[in-house]
Design a protein around this ligand. Structure first.
Ligand SMILES: [Fe+2]
Length: 297
């Protein structure tokens, strides 16, 4: 059984590497850990690799990495992928700083999944500008058939369903976090948004003040979501991708108990995975601006 334990980093192609490095270091508050001609590697202040940028013709997310158990057997995983699902995989070394060999294959929407088990921090107590998130939290995708993608991530990667909104938006977990991937139905298959975890609401407030200083519009929030109950804001980066900052995401601390760690803002007691009704998912906060919805067109 292939079982990701956490998301590692996301790899993007971008036409303007310098502009995106400037955004990730001066607004997002990541640290440029390594730089090559056509590639850049950005970490959080603890040295955790979060973003890889590759120069490319169009903006797009190409790859997501996930850490598997230290004793995971890549050979057995490759056989399982082929025998059970007809998925061809490749064991390779991408010369990603700090990272050993990766087992790569495509998911059902064409994103490369890179499984890794050997890695090291790319620094320690690093100085940063901008917001300075704790970690890359989750990536949401627009897909044509969220049921099919949900099934793929359940069967092939062992993800569990945390919540649905009607039948068009599913939130899936691979560890205690309410969601690490989510899939929403839409026209064009592409990343919907990418989310970074902040420490708390004060940290989120500081990020809003930074948006104010830099004249970066907040296109949704601050709000508290229903599914996941995270407090969140959304903005766009220079590649027009939607970026979320969040804190206080629900946690499934004990899978056997089957409910999310109780919190005062939950309406259900206990709060279990369920299907939410569209239009009634905000606990509090404003609706999104029209600009937020462009990603599903
Ligand atoms: Fe999100």
């Amino acid at each position: 059984m292939i079982k990701p334990r956490r998301i590692g980093h996301a790899t993007f192609e971008t036409p303007d590497l310098l502009k995106m490095i400037d955004y990730y270091t001066n607004v997002m508050g990541l640290v440029l850990a390594e730089r090559e001609n056509d590639r850049a590697f950005l970490t959080t202040q603890v040295g955790l690799l979060a973003i890889q940028l590759n120069k490319g013709d169009v903006e797009r997310c190409t790859t997501l990495s996930f850490e598997v158990a230290p004793d995971a057997d890549f050979g057995a995983m490759a056989k399982e992928l082929d025998a059970d699902y007809g998925i061809k995989s490749e064991l390779r070394n991408d010369s990603t700083p700090g990272m050993g060999a990766v087992l790569t294959f495509k998911d059902n929407k064409g994103t490369t999944i890179a499984l890794f088990k050997e890695w090291s921090y790319l620094g320690k107590h690093l100085s940063h500008y901008g917001v300075g998130p704790l970690k890359l939290g989750h990536i949401a995708w627009v897909v044509d058939d969220p049921q099919a993608t949900c099934e793929f991530y359940q069967k092939v990667l062992g993800f569990k369903v945390s919540d649905w909104i009607d039948d068009f938006f599913v939130f899936m977990r691979c560890n205690t976090d309410h969601h690490t991937v989510n899939f929403i139905r839409g026209q064009n298959i592409k990343m919907h948004h990418m989310a970074f975890e902040l420490k708390d609401f004060i940290h989120l407030q500081n990020s809003c003040d930074l948006f104010g200083q830099r004249k970066i519009p907040i296109i949704w929030g601050p709000l508290r979501h229903g599914p996941g109950h995270n407090i969140a804001t959304y903005h766009r980066n220079p590649d027009d991708q939607v970026i979320e900052f969040f804190c206080e995401l629900d946690k499934m601390v004990d899978e056997q108990l089957g409910y999310f760690e109780p919190r005062p803002w939950h309406q259900d007691t206990p709060q279990r995975p369920k299907t939410w009704q569209a239009g009634k998912t905000n606990v509090w906060g404003p609706p999104p601006l029209p600009d937020f919805h462009r990603n599903r067109d």
